[in-house]
Design a binder for this molecule. Structure first.
Ligand SMILES: Nc1ncnc2c1ncn2[C@@H]1O[C@H](COP(=O)(O)OP(=O)(O)OP(=O)(O)O)[C@@H](O)[C@H]1O
Length: 871
């Protein structure tokens, strides 16, 4: 057996091997230790290997799912080896022969299909990447439900796409450098040969049974390669029983707002920075089903950039706001509806249970109920939902409802799940089962009478089957009767059997075997029908998800007093009395939130949008204001209403937001370095259609360095002409507003009252002259002596401040555009710098520590300065 175990382990070295032994999955050697730690189970030993005891741990098969869930949560993949023959068969080959076993499945985070292991309100995407520097292909599949999409992206877009998809498992070629990913993503490496582009398209077409992949859309080579790699990985891990995938769908990149990873993180769109913190999604989610919640998460993660799509979604929300009865009816119908496509996936993969078929049935019924509850007024999207949903429950739904009994709802139902009246032979077998049971009762009474033993009972257990039991004291009476033959003596009772009982037993067994196999045949036929109807069920489920989201957005719009935004082409950005949806929801009394306006729309006759520099005290509400405007843009383009009295927004094609800075020491980058890398990305990528939100850029270094960087960055953004909000504590920056027509100053109002400050959270035109940092520090509970001392120091500094002189100097700076042409020409090859570059070329970048790299960079800068005669 150990030889077999080791052979399987050698074939599947990655992951924990669940080796089936009877009613247990057992783990040996290192796996046993790993399992014991990961599952808090006991590790013992069993037998010896090369003279050493073999460590062993085990989990019962019936509790396997629960253990799988815990292992998957710890990013541990599990290889499942099952017994593939009856142990009796193996015995026939000889007393010592080993039962045949085979790996039937490898369970990984991106390939699970079990209801209990999946979060109902999140897609669990498996993502593969192919290609390289020239461009990447990405394939993404929600394996449980079979949704499958392909897309292409550039090298710089890779990180943003991965952040948008937010996969649970990523398959990448060995050696490919990946962007920074959150630790919750499991990264699996495979040899580059699995991602080859040659013939990928033809092989992928073959996997989907078409002659040409073009049947599903126009895909590039790298997209096909990523798609094929995903299919191959599924084959590798799911062996024979891979759940079906939809044909690949092209995800058009131009249709969604580009939001990079850092922006998503700083705005906490769908993931909070604190484990239990609120997100935009959690604050606004009023969906009533898992599929609706998944769809809303997608909408928030990928806001549209198509004006017509957005308007159609707003139209749909509008009718549900206007018709509260329809809204309530639809929500009642969809409440708690199961994820039909995941159920279909399990059924198709041969892992389904009667409850999955029942889930499909209930979902189809819910679709029909929802269709009936739709409002009378139907704009295009609602009409499309209505048409599709009205096809449900359809012939399939009716058949499922007529065939399945309520008992199918229980987990692991093995019998009794087919309703009465469906199949005559099944009903007959059940009658026989029932009659036989009644017959047992009658026989017991007969035997009691014939023997005179009132305590005589007819009982059943798994070992003996049916038997007659009498208290030990009465055993002799029965020994005397011919018909009763002895089976077993216990301390207090003696057990017998009779010919009549044996005969009865075989009839009961035959009847229940018969009933069970009839039920299985009926279930198999249902499964085949469901799988055949998969595309139709997918279309119905899609509309249900859409409907749930639409009604939910109407619900939150009413509850939180949101209004319909106007989303149009162009660069407008006009928000009247905007609010922050998450901060407002967190306030005990939502009316305490102070609404604020924002206007970045280009001035009359100007082609470029405007920027606002926001100054004001700490805790004044600057970050809240910046974020709320970004969130309003996201909500509007996701098709939602917005927390504002009015909003008019020209489509935002890219959103950048940097709020504060965090370090990434693990990747060898200090706080300031991270901030600068991110600022570089913004300045290089932002175009006129972008919305840029910058909060305290440059604060992580010496004041003058930070101020200079902030100044230059703001000038650059103003040249690009993108809509910009810039919060800062560098009051000198406000001088820019006087010199640039497209820059305005705004400040957060505060009142000073007996040496304390009162935050009014109100944005008003103008610039703040101070930050009230010391007052805020006092409010935070800094020791009084330290506060007093800080006041002294501040007073001294302010006395000697040459702030006014500095501002005058800065006002004298030549304009940015005049000093630096937008496309900066490369400096003439500097002699000294080029020598240094040559020297750097000889270094192995992989062996370089981040510190050494930074030092080398500074050397390079210095050398260039020498070349340019500056040093
Ligand atoms: N418009 C508002 N109405 C009511 N409360 C607000 C509003 N804006 C902000 N607040 C409250 O003030 C707190 C501080 O706001 P915020 O973090 O935006 O200040 P800040 O000016 O960015 O501070 P710092 O400069 O210290 O980073 C928030 O947590 C929130 O509770």
């Amino acid at each position: 057996m150990m030889a077999q175990y080791l052979a399987i382990k050698a074939a599947y070295p990655e992951g924990l091997l669940f080796y089936r032994m009877g009613d247990f999955y057992e783990m040996f050697f290192d796996d046993a230790h790993l399992a014991a730690r990961a599952l808090s189970i006991h590790c013992t030993t069993r037998g010896t290997h090369l003279g050493e005891p073999i460590p062993m741990a085990g989990v019962p098969v019936h509790a396997a799912e629960e253990h799988l869930a815990r292992l998957i949560a710890q990013n541990i993949r599990v290889v499942i080896a099952e017994q593939t023959e009856d142990p009796a068969e193996a015995k026939k080959r000889g007393a010592k022969s080993v039962v045949a076993r085979e790996v039937v499945r490898v369970v990984t985070p991106g390939t699970i299909t079990e209801e209990r292991l999946l979060d109902p309100s999140r897609a669990a995407l498996l993502v593969t990447i192919a290609g390289g520097k020239g461009g990447y292909g990405i394939a993404a599949a929600d394996v449980a439900s079979g949704r499958f999409q392909l897309l292409a992206t550039s090298e710089e877009g890779l990180s943003a796409e991965l952040a948008r998809l937010d996969p649970v498992e990523l398959i990448a070629p060995d050696g490919l450098t990946l962007p920074h990913l959150p630790p919750r993503v499991t990264v699996t490496r495979r040899p580059p040969s699995m991602f080859r582009t040659s013939e990928a398209s033809a092989r992928l077409a073959e996997a989907f049974g078409v002659a040409d992949l073009a049947a599903f859309g126009a895909f590039s080579e790298v997209e096909a390669a990523a798609g094929l790699a995903l299919v191959l990985y599924l084959q590798e891990t799911q062996i024979e029983s891979a759940p079906p995938l939809d044909p690949p769908r092209k995800d058009a990149p131009g249709d969604v707002m580009v939001i990079d990873a850092a922006t998503r993180a700083s705005l906490e769109l769908t993931r909070a920075s604190r484990a239990d913190g609120p997100t935009l999604l959690s604050a606004i989610d009023r969906t009533v089903s898992g599929i609706g919640a998944q769809r809303l998460a997608e909408r928030i993660a990928s806001p549209s950039t198509r004006v017509e799509t957005i308007a159609a979604r707003h139209d749909a929300v509008a009718v549900f706001i206007a018709d509260p009865e329809a809204r309530a009816g639809v929500r009642r119908a969809l409440k708690g509806v199961s994820d039909a496509m995941r159920a279909v996936g399990r059924l198709a993969a041969g892992r389904g249970q009667p409850r999955d078929a029942l889930a499909v049935c209930r979902a189809l019924e819910a679709a029909a109920t929802a269709a009936a509850a739709l409002p009378a007024e139907r704009p295009a999207l609602v009409a499309a939902m209505g048409e599709r949903l009205a096809e449900a429950p359809g012939e399939l739904g009716a058949r499922l409802a007529a065939t399945l009994d309520e008992r199918a709802a229980s987990a692991n139902a093995t019998d009794g799940y087919v309703a009465e009246g469906v199949d005559a032979a099944l009903d007959e077998a059940r009658v026989l089962q029932n009659e036989s049971r009644r017959f047992v009762a009658a026989l017991q009474a007969d035997y009691q009478q014939a023997t005179g033993v009132r305590a005589l009972k007819i009982k059943h257990n798994a070992v003996l089957g049916w038997f007659v039991e009498v208290p030990a004291g009465h055993a002799d009476t029965l020994h005397g009767i011919d018909d009763f033959s002895h089976r077993q003596s216990l301390a207090s009772a003696v057990r017998f059997t009779t010919d009549t009982l044996r005969d009865l037993e075989s009839r009961i067994l035959a009847a229940s075997d018969d009933a069970r196999s009839r039920e299985q045949a009926i279930f198999a036929a249902l499964v085949a029908d469901i799988v055949a109807a998969r595309p139709w069920i997918a279309a119905v489920a899609d509309k249900m998800a859409e409907l749930d989201v639409t009604a939910a957005l109407a619900e939150i719009a009413v509850a939180a007093r949101w209004t319909r935004p106007v989303v149009e082409e162009g660069l407008a950005f006009e928000v009247a009395a905007g609010r922050h949806p998450v901060v407002e929801a967190a306030l005990a009394d939502a009316s305490r939130f102070v609404p604020n306006d924002c206007d970045l729309t280009p001035a009359e006759g100007d082609a470029k949008a405007r920027a606002t520099i926001l100054t004001g005290p700490n805790m004044g509400g600057k970050s809240t204001y910046l974020r709320q405007n970004a969130l309003i843009a996201i909500l509007a383009q996701a098709g939602a209403y917005v927390p504002a009295a009015r909003a008019r927004i020209g489509v935002v094609d890219r959103l950048f937001s940097r709020i504060g800075a965090s370090d990434d020491l693990a990747a060898g980058r200090s706080t300031f370095m991270v901030e600068m890398v991110e600022l570089a990305a913004i300045l290089n990528q932002a175009g006129p259609g972008a919305l840029v939100i910058l909060d305290e850029i440059g604060r992580g270094t010496a004041t003058f360095d930070g101020l200079s960087i902030a100044w230059a960055a703001l000038e650059r953004l103003n040249e690009i002409g993108c809509r910009t909000l810039f919060a800062t504590h560098y009051h000198e920056l406000t001088a820019l507003a006087d010199r640039r027509p497209r820059i305005a100053n705004a400040t957060m109002r505060v009142k000073e009252w007996r040496g304390d400050i009162v935050f009014l959270h109100q944005v008003e035109p103008g610039a703040a002259d101070r930050s009230y940092g010391v007052q805020v520090a006092r409010l935070a509970g800094l020791p009084a002596a330290v506060v007093r001392r800080a006041r002294d120091v501040l007073a001294r500094l302010e006395e000697s401040d040459r702030g006014a002189a500095r501002a005058a100097l800065m006002a004298d700076l030549p304009l940015f555009a005049a000093t630096v042409a937008p496309a900066e020409p490369a400096p003439a090859t500097p002699h000294c710098a080029s020598r240094l570059v040559e020297a750097l070329d000889g270094l192995d970048p992989d062996a370089l520590s981040p510190r050494e790299a930074l030092e080398a960079l500074y050397e390079l800068k210095a050398a260039r300065a020498v070349d340019q005669g500056e040093g």
